[in-house]
Design a protein around this ligand. Structure first.
Ligand code: ADP
Ligand code: TRP
Length: 326
């Protein structure tokens, strides 16, 4: 198959710690599905990107291994897909510098993620945060990526990537593929304590179910999850946002409609906790096996880095030739 006909998918996540069920249904599982369609699937642990907001990098190595474990435990097959670590491929930084030469600063300052991150991390308004989409563009363009699966919030970054690819091509000659966005379906899970905020690890332990929470923890978090007035278990985002969120979670984990199994909030919550516990059990089992075998996981990353490096360095050679460097 010619490169141009291939479906080359690349995505990434920052190894910033705990993964929750929002990440699982919003990012991990959709990727496992895409694995079947892709001719090549690159999954990048975006550790350099993590530095834009991370003040303390002491857990970076551990989080990188944990995120790799989570991908594999969720169903990513390292024999089919390439899992690699951004910081280990210097070509990402090298290409980002070159791309910055065709990137107007005005395009970056208005980016919604940048504005939001500045609000959330006012002490961290660094150049890296402003250049975040340029670094992301380098990640994408290095592998001749045709499709990038991301959540809605990241979609502007892929638009920027397309624009940078166009500008680079028109200045130095056709070299980069303009990537398409695969917009991940919004089955957004909201915080257990505030159904108007998305579930996120940044809003405190009680607000999310981690993929590794014990059954006791899951029962406790669901028990104290906020509900709405009334007793009826109905999906109504306006009048019953909290119950609707719990119903969403129930439906994602179970095929049975919740109404058939529960009468009243207390009974529903008990049933919901058990459905989550059972739903997460196979992933947790696989994750624990991987945790006992860090050498295997390190080898997966070593192999992934090697494969990624090969493609990335070929692209950089071609880029340098196009530019006409000495
Ligand atoms: P967090 O807000 O916990 O830091 P990230 O922003 O790192 O999560 O998100 C990583 C991935 O998980 C993204 O692809 C994002 O779309 C997805 N994701 C995060 N939170 C949710 C959620 N509550 N519901 C659905 N998907 C989510
Ligand atoms: N910016 C993405 C996030 O915060 C992570 C990421 C880095 C990424 N590089 C990427 C996603 C390239 C897709 C493609 O979730």
């Amino acid at each position: 198959m010619k490169d141009a006909d291939k479906k080359i998918i690349l995505t990434g996540m920052r190894p910033t710690g705990i993964l929750h069920i929002g990440n699982y249904f919003g990012a991990l599982l959709p990727l496992v599905k895409l694995q079947k369609d892709a001719d090549e699937l690159y999954i990048m642990i975006a550790d350099t990107h993590a530095l834009t907001t991370l003040e303390d990098s002491k857990n970076l190595k551990k989080n990188t291994l944990n995120l790799t474990n989570a991908y594999i435990a969720a169903g990513i097959d390292p024999n089919k897909s390439i899992i690699f670590v951004q910081s280990q491929i210097p070509e990402h930084a090298e290409l980002a510098i070159l791309l910055s030469m065709v990137t107007p600063v005005s395009m970056l300052g208005i980016c919604p993620v940048y504005k939001e991150m500045c609000k959330e991390h006012p002490q961290n308004k660094n150049l890296g945060l402003l250049a975040y989409p340029v670094i992301q563009t380098a990640d994408i363009l290095l592998y001749k990526t045709t499709d990038v699966p991301v959540g809605k919030d990241q979609a502007p970054h892929i638009e920027i990537a397309r624009e940078i690819a166009r500008r680079f091509n028109s200045r130095f000659g056709e070299i980069f593929v303009e990537p398409k966005t695969i917009l991940q379906k919004e089955s957004k899970i909201f915080s257990l304590q505030n159904p108007h905020k998305k579930m996120s690890k940044s809003h405190g332990e009680k607000t999310y179910i981690s993929l590794l929470d014990s059954p006791e923890k899951i029962r406790e978090k669901i028990k104290i999850a906020v509900t709405d007035s009334g007793k009826e278990i109905v999906y109504d985002l306006k009048k019953k946002p909290a119950i609707s969120n719990l119903l969403t979670i129930y439906n994602l984990f179970s095929k049975k409609p919740a109404k058939e199994v529960a009468n009243g909030y207390a009974e529903f919550k008990k049933e919901l906790a058990e459905v989550i516990i059972n739903g997460l059990a196979p992933l947790q089992k696989k994750y624990k096996e991987l945790e006992k075998n860090p050498d295997y996981v390190k080898e997966v990353l070593a192999q992934g880095n090697k494969k990624a490096k090969k493609i990335a360095s070929q692209t950089m050679e071609a880029v340098k030739t196009k530019i006409g460097f000495f």
